[in-house]
Write a protein that binds this ligand. Structure first.
Ligand SMILES: [Zn+2]
Length: 297
């Protein structure tokens, strides 16, 4: 198979796990790409055990389109395990899936991209195998972002779905979006380094000082961000809440403004908790996610 993305392998002289860290599954998420490039330079000097494979821009076709998806319009995070004979995104899915299956652990870093602003979090699937689940919980905690979130394991097409089926412990991260946030790069680098400390591949203890909330939700589809508080009609979304706000079920999160200037539908909180996801661009088509709430106060 032709190489569709570049990967960098760093090996320590001492035996240890073989980790895989990737960014750029979506082409409009930049902080994770910068974090992986920084890790490539730093880990050459610091890795003490095992090996790590780093992929800074997994979905080059989308990245160089400046868009979430590539020219075939397929979402790489819905296309795994892909098809090596298929379209460009299907081919990338097949190639990254092979790397995931060979890894001992896996980290996939995201942001909300152009469309969403998301509270920094690390997430994992509630894996049926207790030992995989325990490792994922430990990795997500070691990543040391404010929210640690376990969700139902049945979602398909994602890199984490491939890891799940191969029993490879895996986590993902989300970090803001709706514009580039330079501070995110260092937090993501530190998160990855903390996971490597957990596996004994870097010296020192993994800090968990930044964690504020840990929650698990096994309801089907609980981790599917793109369906939260969907717009009932097209319009301009006027948000009236911010990330981190506490809301009660029934509270108004904002409203849609119609093209003719009339006020459209109110967007009402479907549960109580903390706003952790907010649409970052005003344009909304019917069905587009506008906001997300986690059941934490
Ligand atoms: Zn993404």
């Amino acid at each position: 198979m032709a190489e569709l993305f570049s990967s960098h392998i760093i090996k320590a002289s001492k035996e240890g796990p073989n980790g895989l860290i990737i960014a750029g599954v979506h082409g409009d998420e930049y902080e994770p790409v910068l974090a992986v490039l920084k890790l490539i330079n730093q880990l050459k000097e610091t890795l003490i055990a095992g090996s790590i494979t780093l992929v800074p821009i997994t979905n080059r076709n989308a990245y160089f389109s400046g868009a979430r998806v590539g020219e075939d319009k397929l979402d790489l995070a819905r296309t795994c395990p892909g098809d090596s004979q298929g379209t460009i995104t299907q081919q990338v899915a097949a190639e990254i899936s092979e790397l995931i299956k060979k890894a001992d652990f896996f980290i996939d870093m995201h942001t909300g991209g152009d469309l969403f602003d998301i509270s920094p979090l690390s997430g994992y699937m509630l894996h049926q195998d207790p030992s995989v689940l325990d490792t994922q919980r430990a990795m997500a905690a070691a990543f040391n972002l404010p929210i640690v979130w376990g969700t139902s394991p049945e979602l398909e097409g994602r890199t984490l779905s491939v890891a799940r089926d191969a029993n490879v412990p895996a986590i993902y991260s989300e970090y803001r979006g709706g514009g580039y946030r330079a501070e995110g790069v260092d937090d993501l680098v530190e998160g990855c380094e903390n996971v490597l400390k957990y596996f004994g591949m870097l010296p020192g203890q993994a800090s968990q000082a930044n964690i504020q909330y840990t929650l698990e939700d096994n309801k089907p589809g609980s981790g599917h961000l793109q369906v939260m508080h969907p717009a009932p009609e097209e319009g301009i979304f006027i948000a009236q809440v911010d990330l981190g706000d506490s809301v009660s079920e029934g509270d108004k999160l904002g409203y849609l403004l119609r093209e003719n200037g009339e006020k459209g539908a109110d967007i009402i909180a479907q549960r109580s908790g903390m706003v952790f996801l907010k649409r970052a661009v005003p344009m909304a088509k019917a069905g587009d996610a506008l906001a997300g709430i986690l059941p934490i106060q």
